[in-house]
Design a protein around this ligand. Structure first.
Ligand code: ACO
Length: 387
């Protein structure tokens, strides 16, 4: 307990621990990231998004039978309720897909077969349903706004390939499918960040999984969090060529603007996800004929590191993820929804873990306003009436 005189304000909740968790560990000084104890490098190299989702949610790597049952449950949810699909067709084509996704996930609760059951198992099933259906919602809206029909999901495809298939209308080759899967693994979880905390705050009121993930999507949307990938790609595109990078970075910093895709609240060194995504961005650039964009990104990165590393600002996951998604043919404003469809796994895991030992989140604000202000009738209120 602290008296009013010893109040310590934690603006932005920097370094405040709000829960115990065994889901994710970040060593920000040494560029290490672990999901349930497994290094993200190992998982990106050897696992699949579905297996990682299982690992995050249940806490162990699945045996074959467990895995098959889990995948079956996810695939049973690939197809959205007809009402959600019909609604997607009514939307303005200029709607931001992140707004669409946020509203669609909220809408899913209207068609929930678990009814009002607030138990852990019912919420787990809701979570798996959201993980399974989100790619279809994003790809369907992307096609509808292009004026073409949505493509139905293929029940025998994993989530990453299926997403690219539904977006493009043709199945991706093995390379694209594997890069998409790795990118989803890298975005699946990241400890107690802003969006995960939003999920937990909402879940802690014993609301439900849809509300929690809706809150997570809403929070992920901002450019300081999930929206940075979109902003980073636009910046790199605006620079235009490697030769212009140093001057552009100088101009940006002189204008006191931030280099998007740089800096992190936890990583004070290179983000390990960046280190995996960068070579993938290069390989995609070579295969898709977009190497100039990659080389421009590299030049921006070099210039920014030269100027910012002394302040412990290094590229984060978002610096190259935009390039990867762009080379995979994903429209720029879909990047954050794609981030969300991967992060669903982490959000579900955290909500379930928190609910198992729930405590209502209820922080305090340090009051700096007035007290005992005399109420003045409306007609007698002058401009200068002081309360
Ligand atoms: N470019 C230039 N300067 C930066 C950057 C950047 N990308 N990031 C931080 N700084 C500077 C700030 O201007 C500030 O300088 P000052 O002390 O002279 O005022 C100092 O570094 C500290 O900045 P804070 O905002 O206090 O640092 P914080 O740890 O809160 O910020 C954040 C982390 C929000 C990610 C920040 O680095 C940023 O805005 N980066 C750009 C956006 C981005 O890439 N976000 C994605 C993060 S990863 C993710 O969410 C998936």
């Amino acid at each position: 307990m602290s008296s009013e005189n010893t109040v310590v304000l934690h603006k932005g909740l920097d370094n405040v621990y709000v829960a115990e968790s065994s889901i994710c560990y970040i060593d920000g000084e040494n560029s290490k990231l672990f999901y349930r104890g497994y290094s993200v490098e190992d998982l990106a190299q050897r696992s699949t998004f579905e297996e990682v989702a299982f690992l995050l949610i249940y806490g162990w790597l699945p045996k074959r039978e467990e895995f098959e049952g889990f995948v079956r449950t996810l695939r049973e949810s690939y197809t959205p309720p007809q009402e959600v699909l019909a609604w997607l067709k009514t939307l303005p084509s200029q709607a931001h897909p992140m707004d669409v996704l946020r509203t669609a996930i909220s809408m899913l609760s209207l068609y929930d077969r678990q009814g009002v059951d607030g138990g852990l198992e019912a919420n787990r099933l809701r979570g798996l349903r959201v993980i399974g259906v989100t790619p279809t919602i994003i790809a369907s809206f992307a096609r509808i706004r292009r004026g073409v029909n949505p493509v139905e999901p293929k029940m025998d495809l994993p989530i990453a390939s299926n997403f690219l298939y539904m977006l493009r209308g043709t199945e991706p080759d093995a390379f694209d499918a594997s890069v998409m899967d790795k990118a989803m693994i890298l975005h699946a979880e990241h400890e107690m960040n802003a969006s995960t905390f939003s999920c937990i705050v909402t879940a802690s009121t014993l609301s439900d999984m849809y509300s929690a993930i809706t809150a997570g999507v809403a929070t992920l949307k901002g450019p300081l969090h999930g929206g940075a990938n979109e902003a980073a790609l636009k910046y790199i595109q605006s620079v235009g060529s490697p030769e212009k990078a140093a001057e552009a970075v100088d101009r940006t910093l002189a204008a006191k603007q931030r280099i998007m895709g740089f800096g992190h609240r936890v990583y004070k060194n290179y983000d390990p996800r960046y280190m995996i995504l960068k070579p993938l961005a290069k390989q995609l650039g070579e295969r898709k004929g977009t190497l100039n964009l990659y080389l421009t990104a590299e030049a921006v990165e070099r210039a920014a590191v030269e100027r910012l590393s002394q302040h412990k600002l290094f590229p984060n996951v978002d610096f190259y993820s935009g390039l990867v998604f762009n080379a995979l043919g994903i429209e720029t404003d879909l990047f954050t929804p794609v981030f969300a469809m991967s992060r669903n796994a982490g959000w579900v895991a955290h909500v379930l873990e928190y609910l198992a030992d729930n405590r209502l989140v209820r922080p305090k604000a340090y009051y700096t306003g007035k007290l005992n202000s005399p109420y003045v009738e409306m007609d007698r209120r002058g401009d200068k009436v002081e309360g």
